[in-house]
Design a protein around this ligand. Sequence first.
Ligand code: ATP
Ligand code: MG
Length: 171
Amino acid sequence: MRTIADHLIDIAENSVNAGSKSVEIHLYEDETKFEFEILDDGRGMGDKQVSKIFDPFFTTKNKKTGLGLPLLKEYAELTGGSVEVISKENEGTKVKVLFKKTIDCQPIGDIAQAFATLVTSSDQVLWKIIRCNQDNCYDFSSEDVRDLDLTNPHNIKSIFEYFKRLEAAFR
Ligand SMILES: Nc1ncnc2c1ncn2[C@@H]1O[C@H](COP(=O)(O)OP(=O)(O)OP(=O)(O)O)[C@@H](O)[C@H]1O
Ligand SMILES: [Mg+2]
């Protein structure tokens, strides 16, 4: 089953594919809602393109289906939530997502795994993460692990375990 963590990966991958040098993820959760914002400094989009991105199968990439944003919007709106995209050509994009924790809300999934997957997927991108559960927050910057060789499986495993410990402290 598709989870909110899967959406998070998908939207952040859009930022990577847009040539971003830096991607920020802000994720906030409480008893009633789960929201995240992804900000990038990638190539951005003009208004005409933004008006098409929620059309199923709209894609500008090879070997992609163009379902990332439409599916996210459908699932978020099913809970009474929303997806908002603000973009400027050659400047960057902000995607703001709200899921309300109703009966129709998808499972949140493995947030630790999603963060670790993104952070270890490329050392070309500077990741900044702020994650809050009510008043409890942690943050992460890929600058913190600048000296780690991400082609070394041992280091990759350490990053997965690091996020797992942070997330476990929330539950
Ligand atoms: N952060 C972004 N910066 C620039 N363009 C974006 C961004 N996010 C989405 N887009 C544009 O919107 C299109 C649709 O995105 P969407 O995630 O729905 O599909 P996709 O990434 O092409 O394919 P899929 O997600 O199904 O693998 C992308 O092909 C891209 O042109
Ligand atoms: Mg996508």
